[in-house]
Design a protein around this ligand. Structure first.
Ligand SMILES: [Zn+2]
Length: 407
């Protein structure tokens, strides 16, 4: 195992910590929020805009990029960095989450008994065996097979700095027995990912004094909402030579249960590895996650909200949402968020943004997406400064109005 992570400062009142992750495309200051560029683009934003507003690393989705344009085409273009002209660090997921969530339609849909959102998605679209997963493309219904080896091969072709193990995402309502069996299989899959990665990764050049691996592999801890399974998974995955660990699988039905899952997992993870909580990015989740010892987060929410005219704002209601289509902003000359240093807030008024959404002009989507991404990146900067200067508890209290959880 290479040591790509250095812890800088620990908070004395919680599990929060700052650190630095080394990658072949530069350093990442943690805790970090990673904007998601599912299809090799953080929707509507250019790499320069992301960089200028503080993005350190972005995420791409293996499932989507494999289906279109294909990892081999990307590899022939010199890899994802050159293809999308983003020269900073990139993380790709394994494709497992999308293969399964397309069928289940996400936890919210499953809880509410709704049909999966995608027209091609339906139960029976995936078949899980010991070898891997047979699934149909959401684009044209064509049949494909992902195995642990295939997922790593595809991620090698894409060339991200951090890649993830292939795992099974059990249905949210899976009981203990199914979750336990699935966990065993996911552990076997992760070992296979590691073996394939070790046998197929180009060695680090001897001239590289930092000896940063070209691609770091993260393991994924599973176990659903069951404390003994989470602990067993954390302890087992923690013994394998991964460069970092993601927390995946079902995180529960609501935020309170998600924090419980994090609390039952983190104490059993190796202290010296970066910890990534998959797919989480609400304001309160970032603060609660950091307080519980999480170093890395990713979520599509800032750009998804932006597309629907919802801006992230710092407000007294602690919902952090402002609906720009609301008539209240029709003649409001103020910025989206007073004091926000982003290009949108420095340049445009709420009245103009309201008008753009009412008129369905594309610029509105871009401007609010940019603000939302910058808003979360600035929050993470505030959190890092708070930890480094010994007042993370004040940052936590100022945002959430309550005291940080005691470890
Ligand atoms: Zn702004």
């Amino acid at each position: 195992m290479s040591n790509i992570f250095t812890i800088t400062t620990r908070d004395s009142h919680s599990r929060a910590r700052t650190g630095v992750v080394q990658t072949a495309h530069g350093l990442i200051q943690t805790p970090v929020f990673m904007p998601v560029g599912t299809r090799a683009t953080v929707k509507s934003l250019s790499p320069a805009e992301l960089y200028d507003h503080g993005a350190q690393i972005i995420l791409g989705n293996t499932y989507h990029l494999y289906l279109q344009p294909g990892h081999e085409l990307v590899a022939r273009r010199g890899g994802l960095h050159r293809f999308m002209a983003w020269n900073g660090p990139i993380l790709t997921d394994s494709g497992g989450f999308q293969v399964f969530s397309l069928v289940y339609g996400g936890i919210a849909d499953e809880i509410k008994g709704r049909r999966p959102a995608h027209p091609h998605a339906q139960p029976g679209m995936v078949k899980v065996t010991e070898d891997g997963v047979l699934f149909r493309s959401y684009l044209d219904g064509s049949q494909h097979m992902f195995t642990p080896e295939r997922s790593i091969e595809i991620q090698h072709g894409l060339g991200a700095d951090i890649i993830l193990c292939f795992d099974e995402l059990p249905p949210f309502r899976a009981g203990y027995e199914y979750t336990a069996r699935s966990l065993e299989r996911t552990h076997r899959w992760e070992s296979r990912c590691l073996t394939y990665h070790q046998n197929h990764t180009p060695p680090v050049a001897s001239s590289d004094i930092h000896a940063v691996p070209r691609q770091s592999l993260f393991g994924i801890v599973h176990g659903g909402v069951f404390a003994d399974l989470r602990r067993a998974s954390a302890e087992y995955i923690g013994t394998l030579p991964f460069d970092g660990l993601s927390i995946g699988g079902s995180l529960g039905a609501d935020k309170a249960q998600m924090y419980e899952v994090v609390d039952m997992t983190v104490p059993h993870l190796p202290d010296g590895l970066p910890r990534h909580l998959l797919g989480v990015g609400d304001v309160d989740d970032l603060l609660e996650g950091v307080a519980r010892g999480i170093d890395m987060f990713d979520c599509v929410s800032p750009t998804r909200l932006g597309r629907h005219g919802t801006a992230l704002v710092r407000d007294a209601t602690r919902k952090w949402r402002l609906n720009l289509t609301n008539a209240a902003w029709r003649e409001d000359d103020g910025p989206l968020q007073a004091g926000c240093p982003c290009m949108t807030c420095r340049t445009f008024s709420r009245a103009y943004l309201h008008y753009l959404f009412r008129a369905k002009e594309l610029l509105g989507i871009r401007l609010v997406s940019l603000h939302n991404v910058a808003f979360l990146l600035n929050l993470m900067q505030e959190i890092r400064t708070g930890i480094n200067e010994g007042h993370f508890a004040d940052v936590y209290r100022a945002w959430l109005g309550r005291n940080a959880p005691v470890p």
